[in-house]
Unconditional design. Sequence first.
Length: 432
Amino acid sequence: MQGMDEFQRLFDMVKERLRQDMQEVIYNVWLSELRPVSFEHGRAVLALAEFKRKVLEQKFMEPLHRAFEAVLGFDVEIELVSGDEPAAPPPAQPKGHEENTFETFVVGSSNKFAHAAALAVAANPGKAYNPLFIYGNSGLGKTHLLSAITHEVKKNDPSANIIFTQGEAFTNELIHYMTIKSMGAFHQKYRSAEVLIVDDVQFIAGREATQEEFFHTFNALITQGRQIVLSSDKPPKEIATLEDRLRSRFERGLIADVQPPDLETRMAIIKNKAQYTGFEISDDIVDYIARQLKNNIRQLEGAVNRLEAYVTLRGMQMNLLTAQNAISDIASEERPLPVIIEHIVEETARCYGLKSADLRSQRRNADISKARQVAMHVISQVTGLSTKAIGAEFNRDHSTVVYALREIKDELGRDTGLKKTVNDIMKNVQEG
C-alpha cells in the first residue's frame, strides 16, 4: 500500500498507547507481537499468531480500537490475520522513545535550563549534577530529556549499565521480587546501575515499602558515584506524601523545571516533528496548530501525527480544514467544552454585529439565521460535536444543524468573504 512506512510508524504509536493503557503482562503476552500488514480505505490489517488472534478478537478489540482512535484521530475497521513471524527482540529504550534524542529536542526559553543540565549529566555521569531532578506538567518534554540522556550515555559508552524505569514500574517490580522472595536479585539489579533514570518518581510517594527500598537504592548509588536522574510533575517540596529523608536527598543535586513553550518554540516543535517524519506542512497550518495548542508538546507532536494520518492514510487534502478536523478533539482538551462553545457563539455574534442571545433565540431573520449557521459550522469544526449536541446549544433539532452545515460548506466553496469571516472567527477562538 501507499504510505506503508507511515502506517508502520503510526502503528508503533498505537502499540505504545496499548502498552500504557493495559497491564504489562497482558500487553506482553497478547498484544506485543501484533504487526501491521496494510492500511487501505480506513481498514487496518494486522497479523499475529493464530491462537493469539482468536483470543484478541474475543477480548481485546475494544482497547485496540480505542488506541487507534487516540493516535490517528479516527476509528478504523480492524481485520486480524494469522502470521507466525517471530517478534523482534525488545528495544533497549522503552518503546516509542527511539527518536527522543538531544538532536530532536527543540530548545526554547521554557526548557533551556533543563536541557543544559541534561546535556551536562549525559557528558559526565555522576560528576555534574547528582541527582538531577526535572519537573513540570505532563507533556512538556521531561521524558524526552531523560531518554536523550540515555541515548547520549550509551553513545559515549556502549557498555554502560543504564536502568530507565518509571515510579509505578519500580513499585510493581518490587512487589514481584518480594512475592517470589528474591530481594537479593532486586538489589543486585538496581544497585549495580551506573545510571538510574526514574520517570514520574512522584508515584513512589505514599508507598512505605517502595520509599524504603528507593531510599537505600539511592544511597547505595550516590555513595558509588553513580548518576541518578529523576522526573516529576512537581518539585520535591510539593510532593505531599514523599518522606522527608527522600525529599532532602532529591533536593541535594540540581532541580530544573520545564514550562509550556512560547509560540515560536511551538512552531519549531511542529516543524521539527514534521521534518523528522518526512511530512511537509505549510507555514499557515504550522501557525494554526501552534496557536491552537498552547500548553503541551506531546499534543503538538500528536497533531502532526494526526494530520499525517488524515492526509496519508485517509487521502484527504492538505489544507486548513483538514488540520482543523485532525486536531479538533485535541484542541478541545485545552479549555472546557462549554467555554469553547460560548466563545464561538460570542465571536460569531460580534462578527455579525449581533448578541449571543440573538443566535440562541427563536428569531429567524436573515442576518441572525446566517450567523447561527456559521456558529454551528465553527462549533462542528472545532469541537467535533454531534449534530444533535450542536442543535441542543441553539434549541434546534439535529436536522436543522445538518442543513446548516451543508449550506455553509457549499457557500465556503464559492464565497471568499464568508471564508474570511469563518477563518477570522476560528483564529479569534484559537487565541482564547
